[in-house]
Design a protein around this ligand. Structure first.
Ligand code: ZN
Length: 247
């Protein structure tokens, strides 16, 4: 099967989105790009995620033309392709209608910096892209232009879009921003949430660039495990590191 490993990872991410309740039914989609060819592995339209396997994932080229797979691709394919066209360093896209992020999207209200972990999205808040009908090039443009150099954006009256260099990272951003949206929603019920000032959040952004174990320790540790650890376990460890956030 073409792009077997990437399709397996896309299907696993789709199932994980259901388990963590970031997606219900078929309301969301996932894709990843193979950097060498520009081919994109994306979830199919209208299929439940619970039982999704690599064989259900569709492969298209950079223009969206079918390359492999038995189903039609997600209706949000134009938005995924727009991300890959404009952001060459991002190779994964996760789109959800997760509840609390969508509460803010439906109110046209950005998620403000109520918690320092908002910086996982690469900015001091999460902005709202103007509404356009789902699946249209206009929605794709609005989303990517409003997101700018950040890694996450709300889609007005629709949901959330998260992007990353890997699927693990895009998933972690979608999950964390949903948590912060829920936190912000509840804090607003109390009356006056404290929003962290931009200069503090920029300091956190700077600090998070050097967060984690130093590269030389990671390399030494990977070397130690070489004899007993296969590639799969090493990539799982790398994924865990990518999902870690400061604090
Ligand atoms: Zn959607």
């Amino acid at each position: 099967m073409l792009l077997h490993a990437l399709r397996t990872e896309v299907a696993a991410t789709a199932r994980r989105l259901v388990l963590s309740r970031l997606v219900t039914g078929t309301a969301g989609n996932v894709s990843a790009r193979e950097p060498e060819t520009g081919h994109v592995a994306i979830t199919p339209t209208g299929l439940d995620y619970e039982t999704m396997t690599a064989a259900d994932i569709v492969v298209v080229d950079r223009e969206g033309q079918p390359v492999d797979g038995r189903w039609l691709p997600s209706s949000e394919l134009p938005m995924h392709l727009e991300v890959y066209r404009r952001l060459p360093e991002r190779h994964a896209v996760v789109h959800t209608h997760s509840l609390f992020a969508t509460v803010f999207a439906a109110s046209g209200r950005e998620i403000k910096g109520i918690h320092y972990e908002i910086t996982i999205g690469g900015g001091t808040s999460v902005r709202v892209a103007p509404y356009a009908t789902y699946g249209t090039p206009e929605l794709a443009r609005n989303a990517v232009e409003t997101m700018g150099q950040q890694s996450v954006v709300l889609l007005q009256n629709h949901g959330l879009l998260a992007v990353g260099p890997t699927l693990a990272r895009a998933y972690a951003i979608a999950e964390k921003i949903e948590f912060i949206a829920e936190l912000y929603y509840h804090a607003l019920q109390l009356g006056s949430p404290i929003i962290l000032p931009d200069d503090e959040l920029l300091r956190v952004l700077e600090k998070s660039r050097s967060y984690g174990q130093p590269a030389q320790l990671q390399a030494a540790s990977a070397g130690d495990r070489e004899g007993s650890t296969d590639q799969h376990e090493r990539s799982r460890a790398a994924r865990r590191r990518q999902q870690a956030t400061p604090g």
